[in-house]
Design a protein around this ligand. Structure first.
Ligand SMILES: CC(C)(COP(=O)(O)OP(=O)(O)OC[C@H]1O[C@@H](n2cnc3c(N)ncnc32)[C@H](O)[C@@H]1OP(=O)(O)O)[C@@H](O)C(=O)NCCC(=O)NCCS
Length: 153
């Protein structure tokens, strides 16, 4: 799994029981998974088709640091299924607790909004990157390294 984004819970994220709203947590997963899917597939045209069930296992309070992780479950022909997890991060101990997790499915679309295939190149690249770096998204340094490798080969 790889870290996609980090978020600090604010006062305006809080609901009536002094806990972060469930809808806000879902929205964080939607944002993180949508941007992850777009980056993995080299296109902003990825739409959410399905959210699996999720449970809110731990409450989040103001100031809580949330880390959102993801990984590819499966590339289909036009779809990409991701596993997403939000964890509370304790800055004193480094310990993390799962707040919620779910699978989210995206479909690549064209200009008219019709489903179109995700390229094989994108799929192969993800698995190669995952084998090499343990993640699909590369840092700027890793991208440079990758470019250098391809230049040399
Ligand atoms: C996404 C959308 C274009 C798909 O259209 P569609 O006619 O249902 O497309 P298809 O039947 O060809 O299915 C596309 C993919 O979704 C998968 N899919 C369709 N229905 C599904 C379901 N109920 N559960 C899981 N996967 C499903 C198909 O298996 C296919 O994946 P694959 O090619 O990897 O096998 C259309 O449903 C849509 O526009 N939905 C609204 C998206 C949206 O607005 N999301 C919120 C904002 S991003």
């Amino acid at each position: 799994m790889e870290l996609i984004t980090t978020y600090i819970c604010k006062e305006f994220d809080i609901g009536i029981h002094n806990n972060m709203f469930g809808g806000r947590l879902i929205s964080l997963i939607d944002d993180a998974s949508g941007s992850y899917a777009a980056q993995l597939c080299d296109t902003p045209r990825m739409v959410t088709i399905k959210f699996d069930e999720l449970m809110f296992k731990k409450p989040v309070k103001v100031g809580g640091i949330l880390k959102i992780y993801g990984k590819v479950i499966k590339f289909g022909s036009t779809s990409l299924e991701l596993y997403m997890e939000i964890r509370k991060h304790n800055v004193y101990t480094g310990e993390q607790e799962i707040v919620t997790h779910t699978n989210v499915k995206f479909v690549r679309i064209d200009e008219e909004g019709n489903a179109i295939p995700i390229s094989e190149r994108v799929k192969i690249r993800y698995y190669e990157r995952f084998k090499r770096f343990g993640k699909g998204l590369l840092s700027a340094e890793e991208t440079d390294m990758e470019k250098e490798t391809h230049k040399l080969n």
